[in-house]
Write a protein that binds this ligand. Structure first.
Ligand code: NAD
Length: 366
């Protein structure tokens, strides 16, 4: 792996070079006409253990966009688990389609058959557009799925744990930026109030933060606003409202040359994966604007910590203890970045890759 940052959109004939760019091990294309399944499973790196990462269902504009997302997300999972100190590798799956209209039992079970055929090289779980109930349908076809309900021997939906870790990472980042980790009276913009975003809003209002929210789904948005008292904003106001913290909790690529100049905040800390459209350019642009960026794969590790424990015997207290370490990791990575004059993203990637190299080296010996 390198620290090189940009994922180019794959062109025809360039799939292998796209894989080589960040040294992905394997990509599987799965299709089934009867169920309409079009899915891509990407395995980035299995040095630390079997590839693990959620399943995303999204109406991608085209196949190249779906492949690019699978590649970016699976690499993020490798870095996330390495930095969190857990023993799984990085993988991710995407299904092309709309989760509200194209999802069916047959489609999910067909996807489960494909996962099963990988024989444990890749374990799936929830991501955007997926629920615990969906994982249970996949579980009918394969044991290589996590995040199923405790009644079925799983750890349940990981999003509450993801939100808790993100909340702690946000507090640590605020401490580095301002000297205090208190969110009381602070203003926080949460973009996307799905599974993780909604739980994050609950933590924030509980600490008396003033929370602003926006989501593409009006019903989801209205439900979270009426439950928590968060203030709904327009899509334009997501980036322009002056706040203390901006928390992206929707999709990736939201930190880019169009949005970064609009931001008016001290800290960016949220759960969405791959927030920086271009890791180098956009990481440096945030730093140049004096905005402290808490790397997404560092603060949103709670979910993978939670589901990864299913491999060794799940225990909720242990998952929460490991997730609480995100606070100290965030303090340490952001302080290292400041001391060394590098962006937080680069500092976090270096630390994650150092662990993979060290453990990989160790594995050479009996
Ligand atoms: P979800 O599908 O439950 O929610 C995502 C929400 O984002 C949806 O309500 C959707 O309408 C909204 N959204 C999409 N684009 C938007 C936009 N441009 N503006 C506003 N809202 C928008 O997904 P989730 O599980 O809550 O995941 C949210 C993010 O966190 C994703 O990037 C995911 O990869 C990441 N993440 C999730 C977990 C987890 O445990 N679920 C773990 C780590 C990271």
């Amino acid at each position: 792996m390198s620290e090189a940052q940009v994922f180019e959109k794959p062109q025809q004939g360039e799939i292998f070079s796209s894989l080589a760019q960040h040294d992905h091990e394997m990509v599987v294309f799965c299709q089934d006409q009867a169920t309409g399944l079009r899915s891509i499973i990407a395995v980035h790196n299995t040095t630390l253990g079997p590839a693990m990462g959620g399943l995303r269902m999204w109406p991608y504009a085209d196949e190249a966009a779906a492949l690019r997302d699978a590649l970016r997300l699976s690499r993020a999972m490798t870095l996330k688990s390495a930095l969190a100190g857990i023993n799984v590798g990085g993988g991710k799956a995407v299904i092309m389609g709309h989760a509200r209209t194209d999802k069916s039992e047959a489609l999910l079970r067909r996807f489960g058959r494909f996962v099963h055929n990988l024989n444990g090289k890749y374990y799936t779980a929830e991501d955007v557009g997926m629920s615990e109930a969906d994982m249970e349908l996949i579980r009918l076809e394969t044991p290589f799925v996590t995040g199923v309900s405790p009644l079925m021997g799983g750890s349940g939906d990981p999003s509450p744990v993801t939100a808790y870790g993100t909340y702690l990472g946000m507090k640590a980042a605020l401490k580095v930026a301002t000297g205090s980790d208190s969110l009381s009276g602070k203003q926080v913009m949460v973009q996307g109030v799905g599974h993780v975003g909604a739980h994050l809003v609950r933590h924030l209002v509980q600490e008396n933060a003033r929370v602003f929210v926006y989501d593409l789904y009006p019903d989801v948005l209205a439900a979270v606003a009426s439950e928590t008292g968060a203030q709904v904003v327009s899509p334009e106001e997501v980036f322009t409202t002056p706040v203390d913290v901006f928390a992206p909790c929707a999709l990736g690529g939201v930190l880019n040359p169009d949005t970064i100049p609009l931001l008016s905040c001290d800290v960016v800390a949220g759960a969405a994966n791959n927030q920086l459209l271009d890791e180098t350019r956009d990481g440096e642009a945030l730093a140049a604007r004096g905005i402290l960026y808490a790397p997404d794969f560092m603060v949103n590790a709670g979910g993978i910590i939670n589901v990864s424990l299913e491999l060794s015997g799940y225990h909720h207290d242990r998952a929460m203890r490991l997730t609480e370490r995100i606070y100290d990791t965030t303090l340490q990575v952001l302080t290292t970045a400041r001391d060394e004059g590098i962006t937080p993203h680069v500092a976090a990637v270096r630390q994650a890759e150092a662990r993979i190299r060290a453990v990989g080296h160790n594995r050479l010996f009996t």
